[in-house]
Design a protein around this ligand. Sequence first.
Ligand code: NAD
Length: 342
Amino acid sequence: MKKFKAGVIGCGTISPMHLQSLNTVGNVELKAVCDVNVERAADKANRYSCNYYTDYKEMLDREGLDVVHICTPHYLHAPMAIYAANRGVNVLTEKPMAVSLQDADDMIKAAKDSQVTLGVIFQNRYNPGSVLIKNTLESGELGRIISGRLSVVWHRSDSYYSESDWRGTWDREGGGVIINQAIHTLDLMRWFVDVPIDYVEANISNRFHPGIEVEDCAEGVIFYKNGVRALFYTTTSYSYDVPVELELHCENGLARLVADKAVIRFDDGREVCADVDKNEVMDYGDGVKSYWGVSHCKQIRAFYESLAKGERPFIDGVEARKTQELVCAIYRSGKENRRIYL
Ligand SMILES: NC(=O)c1ccc[n+]([C@@H]2O[C@H](COP(=O)([O-])OP(=O)(O)OC[C@H]3O[C@@H](n4cnc5c(N)ncnc54)[C@H](O)[C@@H]3O)[C@@H](O)[C@H]2O)c1
């Protein structure tokens, strides 16, 4: 069996999800990690017995990698992915794919030109609840989707932003609650409805975080070409993290996600549920929330399986671009105060 040689760029908060997941994928050898913060890079290299770098270009030029995982601030995803693709290295980048649609397009083009695979992490699609809703919608049992709603009402402290040199900025984070926190739930909504979007109409504002440039609150509607309207409300200004909610009102019942648990209630009285398996946890050390990683691990394993088979991964650049386009349209609508057609 071919062993893929992997590297990870960015050794911050999310990196253990990738590093630990790589440990569980049989056909991968972690060769190196990279971070501009040399202590972080050395610490991870020590823990995972690999080389470390502070310059990602040097790592890519020297290590002969097959795959690079990008776990860096948003604005770096595109240049790093393009540099890797141009050297024939497959890329798996964290969400969001990029900070602009142009960057996303450039990433897709670079991957296509070099015939490498580009994957984007949206691990919540692998949660059992998300899978149940998607499968039930596809089975036709719920009938037509009539409308949807989602809310992401969380708390992010002033220090969450002030202790980071990229969060809370337009040029480096690319936005606030929409592109960082709510993007997962917006991606789920887009994937569940799964028809082209007609237009987006949104308001964005900064209500409670005067120290940041970007929005900490956004609400609006996504109007799909089949007439489905999906309403959204998202903020990082609440006093705690309320479980994320997503609901689809369908012809034959309601599909509802609260946090990771899906409950589908059919009008005929039947009910089906799915939740994360509480026994399915990974220990990441560093106080990292273990439930995050189970679906990360599933997506990372599936990515390598698709590479081994020479198949397109489930969430490739073209698929992730659709959610990037949605996010960018929400920002345009909020900034220009008008409806944006996609
Ligand atoms: N999928 C999820 O649920 C999830 C959760 C959290 C974060 N993320 C994503 O993961 C990415 C990273 O987020 P984070 O919370 O780990 O951020 P972080 O700030 O904790 O870590 C980023 C790391 O990148 C390093 N870095 C910055 N510039 C670099 C460069 N030029 N070369 C090498 N390393 C560099 C920093 O030193 C830092 O260690 C973001 O895209 C974020 O949205 C995803």
